[in-house]
Design a protein around this ligand. Sequence first.
Ligand code: AR6
Length: 180
Amino acid sequence: MTSVPRLSVTSDDITTLAVDAIVNAANSSLQGGGGVDGAIHRAGGPAILSACRAIVAAQGPCRPGDAVVTDAGELPAGLVIHTVGPVWNPGDDEAMKATLASCYRRSLQLGMEHGVRSIAFPNISTGVYRFPKPLAAAVTLDAVIEWLESTPEHRYTDILFACFDDENRNLYETLLVESP
Ligand code: AR6
């Protein structure tokens, strides 16, 4: 039977969440960086970076829109799914939207393949990568809801959006009321 997951918003630091998997807004090198990526590597310890290096050595850099999974080191989460969002490029909106949607779909797919039932996403690409927040929120929720509807075999029970700033939190709260 298909479970109907709860979609909710939290303003907590994603590194503190004891969910089955948290998603990292990484870059293609998977070597860590600033923003949520830096926070995850700092809090999770060196095991995450070692695992990322092994993945890049085996299969090369992670392409934008794709995702890979590692252990979560010292984090309370079970796994980290590292995905690479698009760097916002004005005038290339359709390609940017498609890449961002792919980040969420690939992360959900990988999580499902690893038995994940609760997952937390940061607001991918809306920091250093400058994707406009209102557009990113709409693309994100469309992608997640479409994936859930088209993947009846999923076992997700909880999908959290870790919104670190007021603008994102307000956007997600409004959109989730409109399409719960
Ligand atoms: N918990 C939840 N959300 C957070 C946290 C946190 N601890 N810290 C920041 N955010 P960004 P991007 C939010 O820049 O735009 C890195 O250097 C933040 O407020 O982390 O996808 C990577 O290595 C924002 O809304 O990711 C890449 O090079 C959101 O996370 C590049 O940045 C995403 O902001 C990726 O850029």
